[in-house]
Design a protein around this ligand. Sequence first.
Ligand code: UD1
Length: 427
Amino acid sequence: MTEHFDVYGGARLTGEVAVVGAKNSVLKLMAAALLAEGTTTITNCPTILDVPLMADVLRSVGCEVAIDGDLVTITTPAELSHHADTSAMGKLRASVCVLGPLVGRLKRAVVALPGGDAIGSRPLDMHQNGLRKLGATSEIAHGCVVAEADGLHGAQIWLDFPSVGATENILMAAVLAKGTTVIDNAAREPEIIDLCRMLQQMGAHIEGAGTSTLTVHGVDELRPTTHRVIGDRIVGATWAFAAATTRGDITVRGVDPHHLDLVLEKLRLAGAEITTFNDSEDQGFRIVQHDRPIAVDFVTLPYPGFATDLQPFAVALSAISDGTSMITENVYEARFRFIDEMVRLGADARTDGHHAVVRGVEKLSSAPVWASDIRAGAGLVLAGLCAEGITEVWDVFHIDRGYPYFVENLNRLGGHIERVSSVTERG
Ligand code: UD1
């Protein structure tokens, strides 16, 4: 049995939508629970497929994990296995984030190489080099990362690139190392700050969260905690692009608008009216797009730059904007595969290396298209909403990995999308 979405073109999305916890945060917070014996509780978790997959990864090393709606409870035993090799490992990238905590806590780990979105080469060299600096050996053997140390010690670590995953793994090993670790050129994503906050609540000593220099003073042990996941800025931004692309009017709640400063600024340049709200009761923004969007350029970069995860939405918006946009992809080279699918929908787009030129057309036209990853899939749905006719989006299991109740939310906002099950795949 396979599923696709029928997306009916011509909708103008209007109304309110609530964003829950960030996928790219919750999975790392779940891994952090390995660092302390006892029961850790994580709230505001999204109901997406990756959460039960990560739960399986944690169970494979000995944890008990319960998922109840948006609540995930992880009980970590005194004795953990150092060997994380279950089929779930190959289904998500974040599974590699158990490497740092296992090395930190057990001083050894065998962790199956992760899977995740096919968005380009995703090596682990910076993760491994960081662990080596902390005193561990690290090699790839039989499809696993194997790391071992007599003891971990603090170190000065410079990352070649502010990798999110490498920063997280090194951080989670360093919190239990002896002495002080400095990670320079560290990633500054809000999800890193969220992880630092949770580790601090667990008793870790970390300075510089949200800056390029993280200083970690190792401690002997950590304690379990209760932590609320930050709102998903990528999902929040998806709704912002949904409003801009369909000339809609959407109020998005549950996400810190500061995490979207650059995104919202770009959408203002495209002609959107945006108001933000941010207090203890309510966080979010309202975006209204009255006229056809004006073409703007986008360049993907690590945070606070424009997120690579949002690049498909930038392409979809540019495809129907007035004028020509240049989109530059600096993080994942294979993400431009999405453009071939947009061309099927009538987009006037071409790529040259890591640049794409998109000349806006008045209307797209429906076609069958294939999602290659979570964000590309959601981008195709947005494009389908402004294509004439019914666009079939296939391989929607990708979308289900990142967007809780995507179809339901789109329909509540006035879209018309149907999830269709069929026995045969369209190929
Ligand atoms: C995370 C996000 C993903 C997002 C990406 C960039 C999760 C589960 N996924 O992925 O949605 O698109 O950040 O914002 O949080 N690199 C190396 N060597 C390494 C590590 C990374 O060369 O050891 C390169 C990668 O190939 C890529 C770049 O660094 O070109 C960024 O990767 P990284 O920030 O590590 O992304 P992930 O943590 O895998």
